[in-house]
Design a protein around this ligand. Structure first.
Ligand SMILES: *Cc1c(COP(=O)(O)O)cnc(C)c1O
Length: 320
Protein backbone atom coordinates (compact mmCIF):
# COMPACT_ATOMS: atom_id res chain seq x y z
CA UNK A 1 0.00 0.00 0.00
CA UNK A 2 1.00 3.62 -0.45
CA UNK A 3 2.00 6.10 2.29
CA UNK A 4 -0.73 7.41 4.54
CA UNK A 5 -1.01 9.85 7.42
CA UNK A 6 -3.26 8.65 10.24
CA UNK A 7 -5.66 11.37 11.26
CA UNK A 8 -9.24 10.11 10.74
CA UNK A 9 -11.19 8.44 13.54
CA UNK A 10 -11.71 4.99 12.05
CA UNK A 11 -13.61 2.83 11.59
CA UNK A 12 -16.60 5.14 11.35
CA UNK A 13 -19.72 3.52 12.82
CA UNK A 14 -22.52 1.90 10.83
CA UNK A 15 -25.95 2.51 12.37
CA UNK A 16 -29.46 1.30 11.48
CA UNK A 17 -32.16 3.82 10.50
CA UNK A 18 -35.26 2.03 11.82
CA UNK A 19 -37.62 4.99 12.21
CA UNK A 20 -36.83 6.41 8.79
CA UNK A 21 -37.16 2.92 7.32
CA UNK A 22 -40.59 2.52 8.93
CA UNK A 23 -42.00 5.76 7.49
CA UNK A 24 -40.73 4.63 4.11
CA UNK A 25 -42.86 1.48 4.21
CA UNK A 26 -40.39 -0.79 5.97
CA UNK A 27 -37.26 -0.03 3.95
CA UNK A 28 -34.12 -1.68 5.34
CA UNK A 29 -31.71 1.20 5.85
CA UNK A 30 -28.33 1.79 7.46
CA UNK A 31 -25.96 4.75 7.52
CA UNK A 32 -22.14 4.74 7.37
CA UNK A 33 -21.12 7.71 9.50
CA UNK A 34 -18.32 9.36 7.53
CA UNK A 35 -19.62 12.63 8.98
CA UNK A 36 -17.70 11.40 12.03
CA UNK A 37 -14.21 11.08 10.54
CA UNK A 38 -13.09 13.43 13.27
CA UNK A 39 -11.22 16.15 11.44
CA UNK A 40 -12.83 19.51 12.29
CA UNK A 41 -16.43 18.54 11.69
CA UNK A 42 -15.63 15.43 9.68
CA UNK A 43 -16.52 14.35 6.16
CA UNK A 44 -15.32 12.30 3.23
CA UNK A 45 -12.35 14.52 2.34
CA UNK A 46 -10.55 13.45 5.52
CA UNK A 47 -10.05 9.91 4.17
CA UNK A 48 -8.68 11.16 0.84
CA UNK A 49 -6.46 13.73 2.53
CA UNK A 50 -4.75 11.04 4.62
CA UNK A 51 -3.12 9.81 1.41
CA UNK A 52 -2.77 13.16 -0.30
CA UNK A 53 -0.99 14.69 2.69
CA UNK A 54 1.49 11.80 2.77
CA UNK A 55 2.19 12.52 -0.90
CA UNK A 56 2.62 16.24 -0.15
CA UNK A 57 5.03 15.47 2.69
CA UNK A 58 7.08 13.19 0.41
CA UNK A 59 7.34 16.17 -1.93
CA UNK A 60 8.65 18.41 0.83
CA UNK A 61 5.53 20.58 0.89
CA UNK A 62 5.23 23.42 3.38
CA UNK A 63 2.00 24.94 2.07
CA UNK A 64 -1.21 23.26 0.89
CA UNK A 65 -3.14 25.02 -1.85
CA UNK A 66 -6.60 23.89 -2.85
CA UNK A 67 -9.81 25.05 -4.41
CA UNK A 68 -13.57 24.89 -3.97
CA UNK A 69 -16.79 26.81 -3.51
CA UNK A 70 -17.08 29.34 -0.67
CA UNK A 71 -18.85 26.74 1.49
CA UNK A 72 -16.50 23.90 0.48
CA UNK A 73 -16.21 21.06 3.00
CA UNK A 74 -13.03 19.96 1.27
CA UNK A 75 -11.38 23.35 1.83
CA UNK A 76 -12.42 23.34 5.49
CA UNK A 77 -10.91 19.88 6.08
CA UNK A 78 -7.73 20.83 4.19
CA UNK A 79 -7.35 24.00 6.27
CA UNK A 80 -7.74 22.02 9.49
CA UNK A 81 -5.23 19.41 8.33
CA UNK A 82 -2.69 22.11 7.42
CA UNK A 83 -3.09 23.62 10.90
CA UNK A 84 -2.67 20.19 12.52
CA UNK A 85 0.60 19.57 10.65
CA UNK A 86 1.98 23.09 10.86
CA UNK A 87 1.69 23.80 7.15
CA UNK A 88 0.53 26.95 5.42
CA UNK A 89 -2.81 26.83 3.61
CA UNK A 90 -4.13 28.90 0.73
CA UNK A 91 -7.73 28.39 -0.43
CA UNK A 92 -8.98 29.60 -3.81
CA UNK A 93 -12.73 30.00 -3.35
CA UNK A 94 -15.27 30.63 -6.09
CA UNK A 95 -18.30 32.68 -5.20
CA UNK A 96 -19.31 35.72 -3.23
CA UNK A 97 -17.21 36.74 -0.27
CA UNK A 98 -19.25 36.43 2.94
CA UNK A 99 -18.91 39.08 5.62
CA UNK A 100 -19.12 38.08 8.39
CA UNK A 101 -18.14 34.54 7.44
CA UNK A 102 -20.38 31.63 8.45
CA UNK A 103 -20.45 27.83 8.20
CA UNK A 104 -17.39 26.28 6.57
CA UNK A 105 -15.93 29.68 5.71
CA UNK A 106 -15.93 30.73 9.36
CA UNK A 107 -13.94 27.59 10.13
CA UNK A 108 -11.47 28.20 7.25
CA UNK A 109 -10.68 31.55 8.88
CA UNK A 110 -10.40 29.98 12.32
CA UNK A 111 -7.81 27.48 11.01
CA UNK A 112 -5.77 30.41 9.72
CA UNK A 113 -6.07 29.70 5.99
CA UNK A 114 -5.35 32.46 3.50
CA UNK A 115 -8.50 33.02 1.41
CA UNK A 116 -8.55 34.15 -2.21
CA UNK A 117 -11.90 34.74 -3.91
CA UNK A 118 -12.64 34.45 -7.62
CA UNK A 119 -15.41 33.75 -10.13
CA UNK A 120 -16.11 30.08 -10.95
CA UNK A 121 -15.01 30.51 -14.59
CA UNK A 122 -11.56 31.81 -13.62
CA UNK A 123 -10.95 29.34 -10.80
CA UNK A 124 -8.34 27.13 -12.47
CA UNK A 125 -6.46 30.09 -13.88
CA UNK A 126 -6.35 31.82 -10.48
CA UNK A 127 -5.30 28.55 -8.84
CA UNK A 128 -2.35 28.21 -11.22
CA UNK A 129 -1.32 31.81 -10.63
CA UNK A 130 -1.55 31.47 -6.83
CA UNK A 131 0.55 28.32 -7.03
CA UNK A 132 3.27 30.01 -9.09
CA UNK A 133 3.40 33.01 -6.75
CA UNK A 134 3.67 30.75 -3.71
CA UNK A 135 6.42 28.79 -5.43
CA UNK A 136 8.40 31.93 -6.25
CA UNK A 137 7.96 33.13 -2.66
CA UNK A 138 9.65 29.93 -1.44
CA UNK A 139 6.55 28.52 0.29
CA UNK A 140 7.02 25.01 -1.17
CA UNK A 141 3.35 24.75 -2.20
CA UNK A 142 1.58 21.48 -3.01
CA UNK A 143 -1.52 21.72 -5.16
CA UNK A 144 -4.49 19.58 -4.16
CA UNK A 145 -7.07 19.47 -6.98
CA UNK A 146 -10.82 19.91 -6.44
CA UNK A 147 -12.18 17.57 -3.77
CA UNK A 148 -8.78 15.84 -3.38
CA UNK A 149 -10.11 13.55 -6.12
CA UNK A 150 -6.76 12.39 -7.44
CA UNK A 151 -5.67 8.78 -8.03
CA UNK A 152 -3.95 9.00 -4.62
CA UNK A 153 -6.94 10.59 -2.85
CA UNK A 154 -9.38 7.97 -4.16
CA UNK A 155 -7.34 5.29 -2.36
CA UNK A 156 -8.95 6.69 0.81
CA UNK A 157 -12.24 5.21 -0.37
CA UNK A 158 -10.71 1.96 -1.54
CA UNK A 159 -9.61 1.42 2.06
CA UNK A 160 -12.96 2.77 3.31
CA UNK A 161 -14.71 0.06 1.31
CA UNK A 162 -12.48 -2.60 2.87
CA UNK A 163 -13.26 -1.13 6.30
CA UNK A 164 -17.00 -1.46 5.52
CA UNK A 165 -16.53 -5.11 4.52
CA UNK A 166 -14.72 -5.86 7.78
CA UNK A 167 -17.67 -4.41 9.69
CA UNK A 168 -19.63 -7.39 8.41
CA UNK A 169 -22.95 -5.78 7.47
CA UNK A 170 -24.43 -7.34 4.36
CA UNK A 171 -26.22 -4.92 2.07
CA UNK A 172 -27.37 -4.95 -1.55
CA UNK A 173 -26.77 -1.27 -2.21
CA UNK A 174 -24.44 1.52 -1.21
CA UNK A 175 -25.88 4.96 -2.02
CA UNK A 176 -23.65 8.04 -1.82
CA UNK A 177 -23.42 11.60 -3.09
CA UNK A 178 -20.98 11.91 -6.00
CA UNK A 179 -19.40 15.05 -7.42
CA UNK A 180 -15.64 15.23 -8.00
CA UNK A 181 -15.75 11.42 -8.28
CA UNK A 182 -13.04 10.36 -5.82
CA UNK A 183 -15.41 8.83 -3.30
CA UNK A 184 -17.32 6.73 -5.81
CA UNK A 185 -14.13 5.78 -7.68
CA UNK A 186 -12.60 4.41 -4.48
CA UNK A 187 -15.77 2.56 -3.52
CA UNK A 188 -16.23 0.88 -6.90
CA UNK A 189 -12.56 -0.02 -6.97
CA UNK A 190 -12.94 -1.65 -3.56
CA UNK A 191 -16.06 -3.49 -4.71
CA UNK A 192 -14.27 -4.73 -7.83
CA UNK A 193 -11.11 -5.73 -5.97
CA UNK A 194 -13.00 -7.78 -3.40
CA UNK A 195 -15.60 -9.26 -5.77
CA UNK A 196 -18.43 -7.67 -3.78
CA UNK A 197 -21.89 -8.69 -4.98
CA UNK A 198 -23.74 -5.45 -4.15
CA UNK A 199 -24.05 -2.24 -6.18
CA UNK A 200 -22.64 1.23 -5.61
CA UNK A 201 -25.06 3.96 -6.73
CA UNK A 202 -23.70 7.50 -7.00
CA UNK A 203 -26.22 10.32 -6.78
CA UNK A 204 -24.81 13.05 -8.99
CA UNK A 205 -24.74 16.45 -7.33
CA UNK A 206 -23.76 18.58 -10.30
CA UNK A 207 -22.84 16.62 -13.43
CA UNK A 208 -24.68 14.76 -16.20
CA UNK A 209 -24.45 10.99 -15.66
CA UNK A 210 -22.31 10.23 -18.73
CA UNK A 211 -19.69 12.78 -17.66
CA UNK A 212 -19.55 11.53 -14.08
CA UNK A 213 -19.46 7.84 -15.12
CA UNK A 214 -16.46 8.60 -17.34
CA UNK A 215 -14.71 10.55 -14.58
CA UNK A 216 -15.34 7.84 -11.95
CA UNK A 217 -14.11 5.07 -14.28
CA UNK A 218 -10.98 7.01 -15.31
CA UNK A 219 -10.14 7.88 -11.73
CA UNK A 220 -10.76 4.33 -10.49
CA UNK A 221 -8.46 2.98 -13.21
CA UNK A 222 -5.70 5.51 -12.45
CA UNK A 223 -6.08 4.77 -8.76
CA UNK A 224 -5.86 1.02 -9.42
CA UNK A 225 -2.59 1.63 -11.21
CA UNK A 226 -1.35 3.75 -8.31
CA UNK A 227 -1.80 0.82 -5.88
CA UNK A 228 -0.79 -1.90 -8.36
CA UNK A 229 -4.22 -3.49 -8.88
CA UNK A 230 -5.02 -5.06 -12.21
CA UNK A 231 -8.58 -3.77 -12.44
CA UNK A 232 -10.14 -2.04 -15.44
CA UNK A 233 -13.55 -0.39 -15.19
CA UNK A 234 -15.70 0.86 -18.06
CA UNK A 235 -17.95 3.93 -17.68
CA UNK A 236 -20.96 1.68 -18.40
CA UNK A 237 -20.18 -0.30 -15.23
CA UNK A 238 -20.48 2.81 -13.05
CA UNK A 239 -23.99 3.44 -11.67
CA UNK A 240 -24.86 7.15 -11.56
CA UNK A 241 -28.26 8.79 -11.19
CA UNK A 242 -28.47 12.39 -12.42
CA UNK A 243 -32.21 12.90 -11.99
CA UNK A 244 -31.82 15.07 -8.90
CA UNK A 245 -29.64 17.94 -10.12
CA UNK A 246 -32.56 20.35 -9.65
CA UNK A 247 -31.63 24.01 -10.10
CA UNK A 248 -27.91 23.27 -9.74
CA UNK A 249 -25.05 23.08 -7.27
CA UNK A 250 -25.81 24.45 -3.83
CA UNK A 251 -29.47 25.22 -4.54
CA UNK A 252 -31.53 22.88 -2.35
CA UNK A 253 -34.94 21.78 -3.67
CA UNK A 254 -38.01 21.51 -1.38
CA UNK A 255 -37.51 17.70 -1.46
CA UNK A 256 -33.95 18.11 -0.22
CA UNK A 257 -35.05 20.36 2.63
CA UNK A 258 -37.68 17.75 3.51
CA UNK A 259 -35.07 14.96 3.42
CA UNK A 260 -32.83 16.94 5.80
CA UNK A 261 -35.84 17.43 8.13
CA UNK A 262 -36.73 13.72 8.00
CA UNK A 263 -33.23 12.56 8.90
CA UNK A 264 -33.23 15.07 11.74
CA UNK A 265 -36.71 14.30 13.10
CA UNK A 266 -36.79 10.53 12.67
CA UNK A 267 -33.16 9.71 13.42
CA UNK A 268 -31.58 12.70 15.14
CA UNK A 269 -29.06 12.90 12.29
CA UNK A 270 -27.66 15.95 10.52
CA UNK A 271 -27.23 16.07 6.76
CA UNK A 272 -25.89 18.99 4.72
CA UNK A 273 -27.62 21.37 2.29
CA UNK A 274 -25.38 20.68 -0.74
CA UNK A 275 -24.45 16.98 -0.95
CA UNK A 276 -26.05 14.60 1.52
CA UNK A 277 -29.40 16.46 1.44
CA UNK A 278 -29.54 15.85 -2.32
CA UNK A 279 -28.41 12.22 -2.02
CA UNK A 280 -30.94 11.57 0.77
CA UNK A 281 -33.78 13.17 -1.22
CA UNK A 282 -32.85 10.87 -4.10
CA UNK A 283 -32.72 7.85 -1.79
CA UNK A 284 -36.17 8.62 -0.40
CA UNK A 285 -37.64 9.18 -3.86
CA UNK A 286 -36.08 5.99 -5.25
CA UNK A 287 -37.51 3.99 -2.35
CA UNK A 288 -40.97 5.52 -2.82
CA UNK A 289 -40.99 4.92 -6.56
CA UNK A 290 -39.95 1.27 -6.23
CA UNK A 291 -36.44 1.48 -7.68
CA UNK A 292 -35.21 -0.91 -4.97
CA UNK A 293 -36.81 -4.30 -4.34
CA UNK A 294 -38.75 -4.31 -1.03
CA UNK A 295 -36.39 -6.77 0.70
CA UNK A 296 -33.17 -5.12 -0.49
CA UNK A 297 -30.86 -3.74 2.15
CA UNK A 298 -29.47 -0.25 1.60
CA UNK A 299 -26.49 1.55 3.14
CA UNK A 300 -26.58 5.33 2.88
CA UNK A 301 -22.95 6.44 2.98
CA UNK A 302 -23.00 9.78 4.85
CA UNK A 303 -20.21 11.90 3.36
CA UNK A 304 -20.39 14.74 5.91
CA UNK A 305 -20.80 18.45 5.29
CA UNK A 306 -22.91 19.35 8.32
CA UNK A 307 -21.07 22.67 9.02
CA UNK A 308 -22.79 23.91 5.83
CA UNK A 309 -26.11 23.88 7.72
CA UNK A 310 -24.84 26.88 9.68
CA UNK A 311 -23.91 28.93 6.62
CA UNK A 312 -25.81 32.20 6.42
CA UNK A 313 -27.19 31.35 2.98
CA UNK A 314 -28.70 28.02 4.06
CA UNK A 315 -29.76 28.75 7.64
CA UNK A 316 -32.89 30.58 6.54
CA UNK A 317 -34.17 27.43 4.75
CA UNK A 318 -34.82 25.83 8.13
CA UNK A 319 -36.61 28.66 9.89
CA UNK A 320 -39.78 26.78 10.81
C1 LIG B 1 -17.10 16.55 -1.51
C2 LIG B 1 -18.34 15.99 -0.93
C3 LIG B 1 -19.04 14.96 -1.59
C4 LIG B 1 -18.67 14.43 -2.94
O1 LIG B 1 -17.57 13.56 -2.90
P1 LIG B 1 -16.66 13.42 -4.20
O2 LIG B 1 -15.58 12.53 -3.80
O3 LIG B 1 -16.21 14.82 -4.54
O4 LIG B 1 -17.51 12.87 -5.29
C5 LIG B 1 -20.14 14.42 -0.95
N1 LIG B 1 -20.56 14.89 0.24
C6 LIG B 1 -19.92 15.88 0.88
C7 LIG B 1 -20.47 16.35 2.18
C8 LIG B 1 -18.79 16.46 0.32
O5 LIG B 1 -18.17 17.47 0.97
Amino acid sequence: MIPRVRIAHLPTPIEPLPRLGAVLGGAKLWVKRDDLTGLAGGGNKTRKLEYVLAEAQANGARTLITVGAVQSNHCRQTAALAARFGLGCILVLSGEKEEPPSGNLLLDRLFGAELIYCRAEERNQVLQQVFEEAWSAGKRPFLIPLGASTPTGAVGYLTAFEEFLRQGLEVDWIVAASSSAGTQAGLVLGAQKTGWKGKVLGISIDHPATELQQRVADLANESAERVGLRVRLQPSEIMVNDQYLGKGYGIPSPQEIEAIRWFARYEGLLLDPVYTGRAAAALIDLIRTGFFKPDERILFWHTGGTPGLFAERYRSLFKE
